[in-house]
Design a binder for this molecule. Structure first.
Ligand SMILES: Cc1cc2nc3c(=O)[nH]c(=O)nc-3n(C[C@H](O)[C@H](O)[C@H](O)COP(=O)(O)OP(=O)(O)OC[C@H]3O[C@@H](n4cnc5c(N)ncnc54)[C@H](O)[C@@H]3O)c2cc1C
Length: 281
């Protein structure tokens, strides 16, 4: 039988994780409960971190925004202080029921290559704070993912904070395509952020999900776009390069050929919406 524990504080949660060998944190449970049901993970106890006040909410602190990992996807999607790409990514996950339970921390720690908050976090300069009973470390979002369902988290370690720099002149956007219009897992998702001033794109960041074993930044395309006024030739070159740089798999959701083809369209669409957007989107 699997035990269910509700700690009263973050410190208590970290102590329990330190002492219990086969204990997993449970946030919304929308990923984990399926794995437990199917016995894909071996677990003796579930530690419910969904209500710990230290892990919930969106806060502005100085030059950055801190998101508690147990903040629900619904709350992320409806937080006006968060950039457009992240709100859109969270808002397109699953159904209202899934977004009411599922959390941004669960989406990150589940580390699916198609997780819809991951490519936004990569282009927004996200940093993750990880804590165990023994100490704390902070890593860039890009360094966190090792492969499908694999992260750098070690035993006893929790994601305790998601930090975004406040970059007031940066815009961002997110696009996703799946097998149907709603409640769909991404065949490809894509996020772009950049500064767009006087018709010139600066410091662009591009990330694609569901197109490699982890969500990936595409620096080669960022270099093509930086300092450009986005004429047809530049956009065409960048779209082709995006398709060339991804490493998609062929699975039950889509072929690698389709993913390469569709990423061009997502890229063009995202770029045009970015340049039409209000600042700090
Ligand atoms: C019907 C359905 C539709 C879905 N659609 C989408 C979709 O469109 N896009 C998408 O991206 N996802 C989708 N998902 C997947 C899922 O809903 C999301 O990944 C969700 O964000 C997971 O959050 P959770 O709080 O439920 O995580 P949980 O299931 O509670 O946890 C997931 C994993 O993260 C670990 N974990 C959670 N929090 C922490 C923490 N703070 N520190 C360390 N480890 C932690 C858990 O131990 C577990 O291994 C869907 C799921 C379902 C069932």
């Amino acid at each position: 039988m699997v035990r269910y524990i509700t700690p009263h504080s973050l410190n208590e949660a970290l102590q329990i994780l330190d002492q219990e060998e086969h204990c997993l944190p449970l946030a919304g449970g929308t990923d984990l409960t399926l794995l437990v049901r199917d016995r894909t993970v071996q677990v003796e106890c579930l530690l419910d971190i969904s209500k710990l006040p230290e892990l919930v909410g969106v806060h502005q602190e100085g030059g950055e925004i801190r998101i508690g990992p147990s903040t629900t996807l619904a709350d992320v999607a409806s937080s006006p202080q968060l950039p457009t790409a992240l709100r859109t990514g969270a808002g397109w996950i699953g159904s209202p029921q899934i977004r009411a339970l599922g959390t941004i921390g669960g989406n990150i720690c589940n580390a699916s290559p198609c997780g819809d908050t991951l490519s936004p976090l990569l282009v927004l300069g996200g940093r993750f704070r990880l804590r165990s009973a023994g100490g704390e470390r902070e890593v860039p979002a890009e360094a966190f993912f090792l492969g499908p369902k694999r992260t750098i988290l070690t035993r006893g370690e929790l994601l305790v904070g998601i930090h975004l720099p406040r970059e007031d002149d940066r815009r961002s956007t997110f696009r996703k395509i799946g097998g149907r219009g709603a409640q769909t897992i991404a065949q490809v998702n894509l996020a772009i952020s950049a500064c767009w001033r006087e018709g010139i794109l600066r410091q662009p960041r591009l990330a694609v999900g569901s197109a490699a074993p982890t969500p990936i930044r595409i620096p080669a395309v960022e270099r093509i776009l930086d300092g450009q006024s986005l004429g047809d030739e530049v956009i065409a070159e960048a779209a082709e390069r995006t398709a060339a740089e991804i490493r998609p798999i062929c699975d039950q959701r889509a072929s690698d050929r389709y993913r390469r083809w569709v990423v061009r369209a997502l890229f063009r669409d995202a770029l045009s919406s970015l340049t039409e957007q209000e600042v700090y989107g």
